[in-house]
Design a protein around this ligand. Structure first.
Ligand SMILES: [Zn+2]
Ligand SMILES: [Zn+2]
Length: 578
């Protein structure tokens, strides 16, 4: 409706101005009448116009194409052939704009030979400002611009100043035939026609292009929007100490400095670079972006079938690839740090899927034991403050938190540290000591050195209470039973402090679906090392499930076996998705 709205009073005034202009320009001296070809001319023009205005209908003041008078008016104004063909309303199937326009002009000149030089007298086409004369040039510029790129789908577009579009629209509505094509699509279409023969296998499309060529009509230049190439795969990280994505150097923020050997990187290797750099070279792109289905910590390996990812190569010159060959090249360059498989072409929408898929994962973890005392046990099993449970998890209806809630005290840590006074030897140990040793110990702690051996012992015990008794380390059988008992257990996990800077401090419920294959080995230092595999819900903090994170994760292996658990390493075994 918007395009066919009745003219406003202002438009009618403009029309009247035009009328006056032409009348004053001497046209009135010829036998030309603005109305000569309009069918029955009503006598009472003024009256009719008034009625029309009251009714709010369109007022035909200047003849419009496709009437002969309308054509004549277009020619006289210096309309170019392409625009005559476009707005003249005489274009036949299969005709180019130019051909149709030539026909319109010829029919006008047949009757009005004096208009033969109209284009010389009005050299600027009022519709296109002579843009159609640049069609060959623009086609040529586009052809050259896309030359270095592999393109199978090309989309053309044009950028016009807004007022130019509006003016043309207004003029076309007033003088052109109804249903005439607008300037922008017509120009783009013409350029496409010129290009077609030169493009070979390249298809001109209206969606999902490899390259969008955007013509700027003001500067007569072309800007290319080269769409990224997406490659799907799975990676196995076989070496610890490699982050998933590149980390800018902390000291120089990526600019490059002595500390990072001018690489700008905090870690020289990353999964992203190991996979992306050889691809960047192959695709002749500008940069790469890495989209993983979750991530593992730097010191965690990723084994099994590997973690799904999509690598995005921006502004690639090459687009096609052989998946097997590509995997080979990446794996060779990565020299065993990382290994890729299942390589295939991907899309932008798969990136969203990859990022949104909550994946269950299998992990293998290894830890050692250390005795735990009552106080430490109390911390590990202190009641969890469930007021901080993740509300998003609790109720879908209450997804959005109110602003006030967001600022609620999330970062204040739970009371996790218990003041432990300096500790000394036990009474039995003190009794076993010789008097000079006791004197020395007293002196060392600034205590009086006088009195009997018993006086000294009593004084030392008061100042330095013996370390609290620790629980006996559990036997192998207990450990194995506890680990296997994790099957199906529900954890309450408060955001670990190590990630609190980038995650909201909330308590989330996570499930351990399976815990299996535990075994115990004695290492070189004579310590027992326990290893087991567990499969758990996406988002589970696994190390915390073992060591308890000062009571932030409950229950934990540490709390269940009443021994401190020190994680030696953690591996991601499999990501159960795709
Ligand atoms: Zn034109
Ligand atoms: Zn640096």
């Amino acid at each position: 409706m918007a395009g066919n709205e009745p003219d406003t009073a202002e438009d009618i005034d403009d029309d009247e101005d035009d009328w006056m202009k032409y009348a004053n320009a001497g046209f009135g001296e010829t036998d030309y009448s603005l109305w000569d070809d309009v069918e029955p001319v009503e006598e009472d023009e003024a009256h009719q116009q008034e009625v029309a205005m009251q009714l709010g209908t369109h007022v035909e003041e200047i003849p419009r194409a496709p009437s002969p008078a309308g054509h004549k008016h277009l020619v006289r104004q210096g309309t170019c052939n392409a625009c005559l063909g476009r707005v003249g309303g005489k274009r036949m199937y299969g005709q180019t704009l130019e051909e149709a326009g030539v026909g319109v002009r010829a029919s006008v000149l047949e009757r009005d030979t004096h208009l033969v030089n109209a284009r010389e007298e009005q050299p600027l086409c009022p519709f296109c400002e002579n843009l159609f004369e640049e069609v060959d040039l623009l086609a040529d510029i586009i052809h050259d611009a896309i030359e270095p790129y592999d393109v199978s789908r090309l989309q053309l577009g044009a950028r016009f100043p807004k007022d130019q579009i509006e003016q043309e629209e207004k003029l076309r509505k007033r003088l052109g035939a109804g249903g005439s094509e607008a300037l922008k699509p017509a120009l783009v279409d013409e350029i496409g026609k010129r290009l077609k023969d030169r493009l070979g296998d390249i298809k001109l499309v209206n969606d999902k292009p490899d390259v969008l060529a955007l013509i700027d009509v003001l500067t007569l230049t072309v800007e290319l929007d080269v769409r990224a190439v997406y490659v799907y795969g799975r990676y196995r990280k076989l070496e610890r100490g490699i982050p998933q994505t590149r980390w800018p150097c902390r000291a120089c923020k990526g600019r490059g400095c002595e500390r990072c050997d001018f690489t700008g990187l905090q870690y020289q290797k990353s999964v992203q670079d190991l996979i992306g750099n050889p691809m960047l070279e192959l695709f002749e792109g500008v940069e790469h972006a890495f989209h993983g289905m979750g991530r593992e910590d730097i010191d965690v390996r990723c084994l099994g079938r590997g973690r799904p990812f999509v690598l995005e190569i921006k502004e690639p010159k090459r687009r096609s690839f052989n998946a097997e060959k590509l995997a080979e090249i990446i794996n060779e360059a990565a020299k065993g740090s990382v290994e890729v498989s299942s390589i295939r072409p991907s899309t932008r929408s798969e990136v969203v899927r990859i990022k949104d898929t909550p994946a269950e994962k299998s992990y293998t973890i290894r830890f050692t034991l250390e005795p735990m005392n009552e106080a430490e046990y109390a911390v590990l099993t202190a009641p969890v403050d469930m007021t901080k449970e993740d509300v998003q998890n609790r109720s879908k209806k209450r997804r959005r938190q109110r602003r006030g809630d967001k600022n609620a005290d999330r970062t204040k840590p739970l009371e996790t540290t218990i003041e432990v006074a300096p500790t000394g030897p036990s009474q039995d140990e003190l009794k076993a000591m010789k008097k000079p040793e006791l004197v020395a110990l007293a002196e060392q702690h600034g205590l009086k050195k006088t009195g009997t051996k018993d006086d000294l012992i009593q004084r030392i015990v008061e100042a330095l209470p013996p370390a609290p008794a620790t629980f006996d380390l559990p036997d192998d059988e207990t450990i194995l039973k506890v680990v296997e008992g994790l099957n199906g257990i529900k954890l309450a996990q408060r955001t670990p402090e190590r990630v609190a800077h980038r995650r909201s401090d909330l308590i989330r419920k996570r499930t351990v679906f399976e815990a299996h294959s535990p075994f115990i080995e004695v290492n070189e230092d004579g310590q027992r090392e326990i290893e087991f595999t567990l499969r758990c819900e996406s988002g589970t903090y696994v190390k915390e499930t073992v060591h308890g994170d000062s009571g932030r994760t409950q229950p934990s292996v540490a709390a269940l076996i009443k021994a401190k658990c020190n994680v030696v390493w953690l591996d991601v075994g499999d990501i159960h998705a795709d």
